[in-house]
Design a protein around this ligand. Sequence first.
Ligand code: ZN
Length: 425
Amino acid sequence: MDIKSFSPPFETNCEKCNQAISITTHFQCAVFVCSGCRESYRFRNNSLINNNSRIDTKDHQEYIPLGAVGKIRKRLYKMIGFAVKKEKGTPYRWREYLLFNPYYGYAFLAEYDGHWTFLEQLIVHPKEVVIKNDFAFDRKWFRFFSDYKSVLVYAQGEFCYDVFKGSESEIRELISPPYILSYERSNEEQMWLYGEHIDEDDIKDAFAIKEDPPEQVGIGICQPMKGSLNYTTLMRLTGIFIGVLVVLQFVMTNLARNEKVLSESFSIRTDSLGNMLPLVSESFEITKAPANLELEFYSSVDNSWMEFSTDAINETTSEHYGFTTAVEYYHGYDGGESWSEGGPAASSVLSHLPKGKYHLNIWPTRGDMRADTFSVSAKTDFPMYSNMFAVAGVILLFPLITYLRRRGFEERRWSNSYYSPYEEE
Ligand SMILES: [Zn+2]
């Protein structure tokens, strides 16, 4: 739609200050306020009737000038009325711009603390489907954010509704960012508005305004968080990554050879003073590198323990890989119940071993003299799940951080509301 589609306005002059007046909406105009002297008029039968009342103050500068034309959401709008309103009993003020398109009718732009919302009137009032504090509309859940009385502070231009009569109306706002539902009720009328956050730069561009828009303070009532994926996309991506990871793990588990490379039994040997002597295992070969190696120690300890300080030694490079494994097994009967702890076997895992010939040097120590044998078995190239869990942890970190960031953002938003779900009291 082109600007030419706006039909020529009704034109006259202000009775008080003689300023030229043009009324875009003709008979749809209910009230007109002269921008020169703030004298207010009613528009009846194609003529202006003086209300004999005026708005006293003019300390409010509109960002979008009266009569400016701009395209919002692909529709051409003309700014025809500007009003400043405040919350009754508080200093909080916001600005409302009435927009008009001859085909689509009226729309509003509201600006509070530099945050902008584009609103359109709902012809059909939403059916109230309320569950706890949530209100279902347009396949979204809206949450009750605020209720207050609004008082008109200033107005200029033309209005399709009686901007004075509704000068003390009750407003309820519900949000589902970036969307907002606003219900406004005065003695005369009630209306539902459905809106969405709009970027301040889009306003600047739409109306080709040179000055910068009002500076933003805090978080807007339905401002979306920038640079963050929505939950559905995030969950979908996380699901895909985890799925790929599980498939990879499955493939690697199937490719693993699970090769047993050592199985040997030992008898404890002591010197003449009773000190236990170190033992040396047979040599075994790791053919595929880097390899993991699981060493399982078994000893039939009974209410006792045995510990093995071990070095795996690469016979080619003489490199040592030290580790300690403890077997402990305790059991008993206490207060009518039998209990047990530990077991006769324990294992240790070495990872990323280079290939080559290896043997083990084992220094055993024990809790009592009864246990005098043990055995060691070693296997290599077995599937390890620890890597998968580590990667899964990193993948899950991303939604977690996003969740925490968003929660912080929402807490700041809701700090402006009496109905914050984040304050538990
Ligand atoms: Zn005037």
